[in-house]
Design a protein around this ligand. Structure first.
Ligand code: HEC
Ligand code: HEC
Length: 335
């Protein structure tokens, strides 16, 4: 009880409370001085109402007095044990904050072993454990659904997490990194550099990459502009780059829309999708590491996860793809 705005209020409250209790007791006492001697009859007071309704001066019934005094004793005992009198904390030292913290602590202690168990397993294993997925789903609904949707299917600007199309990659470690530290997609605004005509040409070239209806002449004119302005991030063949989160432009999955208008808007104004770092968002949440682990496993298990690369010793030589292809692999090679 330390949150009063000034020292006056605790005193004000204490005085009113104590004066009420003592005042009630004194009043009651003053009204119960008269006892009936054996055989004595209550006197008729002055008043008679409604013809025959009379006012006698009987003493208060003893059971009623006892009950009333009981409430007064209860009030005093309560005020000694618990906070209630201004700043006085009470003998028991109870606080609502303390009670809440004790409950959280008990819950933590209860769930800690479960979290520890899953933290000790790798993400692929956790992603097929029904109990882990149930916890992961709850965590997802708490921390992620407002952006990615409760079914994780995303929306415009918020990626679908249930498919095999990844901006940054679907390997367990990559998903953990994405969730833990967040991501910032940087697609620079190029409208000024390319001009309206140039933008339209590149947009038509982008449309051609995924076989969408486009103007062939414009697309042909856009091809060199794409190689000059876009290939550094989206790769020369347009298949994107996980390291930068540059989307694959050759497939049918669009983050911001695959119409000519949407693509022109993307190129002209740029895009800056931001995935918040959950490590920060969660602050000092207990079992944070395990929760991130379970969230990653949940996302991995949504169906689009890329199995981790086989350990180097067992990797076939052919796996040694050029690093430039990093973003190109859509369908993961099963180890
Ligand atoms: C404030 C909105 C927001 C919240 C909350 C959010 N995300 Fe995201 N997330 C995004 C955006 C936007 C992107 C795309 C970033 C970009 O465009 O570069 C993204 C990207 C991702 C990716 C990368 C997808 C890919 O294709 O590589 C994963 C995985 C992901 N989020 C998982 C999660 C999980 C799990 C949570 C909850 C713990 C979460 N996100 C919470 C907005 C959010
Ligand atoms: C600096 C790297 C970079 C360059 C250069 C760049 N992009 Fe991007 N582009 C990105 C990133 C990163 C994203 C994803 C933005 C996000 O996540 O919000 C993106 C998104 C897009 C999208 C949206 C795709 C979708 O699924 O909706 C299109 C279309 C696109 N870029 C086309 C282009 C074209 C055309 C050029 C050249 C004129 C270009 N980009 C140049 C990095 C780049």
């Amino acid at each position: 009880m330390s949150d009063f705005t000034s020292g006056f209020w605790p005193i004000y409250i204490s005085v009113i409370t104590l004066v009420s209790i003592i005042g009630t007791w004194v009043f009651l006492k003053s009204q119960t001085t008269r006892k009936l001697a054996p055989g004595e009859k209550a006197e008729l007071m002055e008043h008679t109402w409604d013809g025959d309704l009379q006012d006698l001066n009987n003493p208060l019934p003893r059971w009623w007095l006892g009950l009333f005094n009981g409430t007064l004793v209860f009030a005093v005992v309560y005020l000694v044990l618990w906070p209630g009198l201004g700043n006085y904390a009470g003998v028991l030292g109870w606080t609502s904050k303390g009670e809440y913290e004790a409950e959280v602590k008990a819950a933590e202690a209860k769930f800690q072993p479960i979290y520890a168990k899953f933290l000790g397993q790798n993400i692929v294993a956790v992603s097929s454990d029904p109990e882990a997925l149930a916890i992961g789903k709850n965590l997802f609904l708490t921390y992620c659904s407002q952006c990615h949707g409760s079914d994780a299917a995303g929306a415009r600007g918020f990626p679908n997490l249930t498919d095999k199309d990844w901006l940054y990659g679907g390997e367990p470690d990559t998903i953990v990194a994405t969730i833990t530290d967040g991501r910032a997609g940087v697609m620079p605004a190029m409208g000024e550099a390319l001009g309206p005509d140039g933008t339209k040409e590149v947009a038509n070239y982008v449309l051609s990459l995924s076989g969408r209806p486009h103007d062939a002449a414009l697309a042909a004119a856009g091809q060199t502009k794409f190689a000059e302005n876009c290939a550094a991030c989206h790769m020369p063949d347009g298949t994107g780059m996980h390291a930068l989160g540059a989307p694959n432009l050759t497939d049918s999955v669009w983050l911001y829309g695959g119409s000519e208008g949407a693509i022109i808007e993307t190129i002209t104004k740029g895009r800056n999708g931001a995935m918040p770092g959950m490590s920060q968002t969660m602050g000092t949440t207990s079992n944070k590491e395990a929760k991130l682990h379970l969230l990653a496993a949940y996302v991995y298990g949504l169906g689009g996860g890329t199995p981790p690369a086989a350990p180097a010793a067992e990797a076939p030589v052919a796996d040694d793809a050029a690093p430039a292809d990093a973003g190109a692999t859509e369908a993961p090679a099963k180890p």
